[in-house]
Design a protein around this ligand. Structure first.
Ligand SMILES: Nc1ncnc2c1ncn2[C@@H]1O[C@H](COP(=O)(O)OP(=O)(O)O)[C@@H](O)[C@H]1O
Ligand SMILES: [Mg+2]
Length: 255
């Protein structure tokens, strides 16, 4: 690639470069490098304890790295913060916190508000729109503690949508979700992709990787393989990813 081509070519949505993380002396991620092109849905796949959640957190500066870094649209996270939305694992959140669905989603807009500005008409309109898109408009006045797992994930997704990021980073958006919510979430993700947004999500249901993702990273402390699903999601690679972990999930693999 010559210099002119390099200029014309946009930076990928995300690039992870030689990232290593340890909790105390336990190495969790070793020299992880990944490129996420713009406009794809990338699944991060691997057994329990593989370091998937840690990878997302380290990318976003929520846990310290030993080596390496992540870039978003060619810039460090601090410089690209407004273009990146994070949806944490549902189990990591206190759902007993007394708030309504509407307010929980509205709070997602606060990041875009200036100092001491209160959410106004436009933030409330964006909130209503996000509730419509995720199919939970009828739950707007409900307390978040009363929701089912699938409804909670849709609240999370709506909260990410109101921030209108260019890149969505999601930790197991389908965890504890019924078939109807799974379909609702998946169709929003595919809509986002059609609009040019990028999604990176931890996904641990091997049976639905092909239907949900264009790209996949197979992770077990290190990257086993990363790239388009057709190249990477092979029996051989999956065996390597799961063999050290008892292979339970591997038995469910679609062949
Ligand atoms: N805050 C933490 N302190 C110490 N160890 C942790 C912490 N978070 C995760 N771990 C350990 O790091 C490893 C990877 O965890 P995690 O990133 O949550 O994996 P995954 O999301 O793939 O299941 C596991 O062995 C886990 O027990
Ligand atoms: Mg996890």
């Amino acid at each position: 690639m010559n210099q002119v081509e390099a200029k014309l070519r946009p930076d990928p949505a995300c690039r992870v470069i030689d990232l290593s993380v340890a909790y105390r002396e336990n190495a969790v991620l070793e020299n992880v490098s990944i490129v996420v092109p713009r406009g794809v849905v990338m699944g991060i796949v691997g057994p329990n304890g593989a370091g998937k959640s840690t990878l997302l957190k380290a990318m976003l500066g929520l846990v310290p790295e030993l080596t390496g870094r992540a870039e978003f649209f060619g810039r460090a996270f601090e410089k690209a913060r407004g273009r990146v939305g994070y949806m944490p694992q549902s189990s990591s959140v206190d759902w007993d916190f007394p708030t309504t669905v509407f307010d929980a989603v509205l709070m997602g807009t606060y990041g875009n508000l200036g100092w001491i500005r209160r959410p106004g008409r436009s933030e409330r309109a964006r909130t209503r729109d996000a509730l419509e898109r995720t199919g939970i408009a009828d739950l707007a006045t409900r307390q978040i503690g009363e929701l089912s797992g699938g409804q909670r994930q849709r609240v999370f997704l709506a909260r990410a949508l109101v921030q209108a990021p260019d890149l969505y980073i999601m930790d197991e958006p389908f965890q504890g979700v019924d078939a109807k919510s799974q379909q609702a979430i998946l169709s929003v993700l595919h809509e986002l992709r059609a609009q040019g947004s990028t999604v990176v999500m931890v996904h641990h249901d091997l049976a639905t990787v092909r239907a949900s993702c264009d790209y996949v990273t197979l992770l077990n402390r290190r990257v086993i393989a990363s790239g388009p699903v057709a190249d990477v999601f092979t029996t051989e690679h999956l065996r390597t990813t799961y063999e050290a972990s008892g292979g339970d999930a591997f038995l469910d693999l679609p062949r």
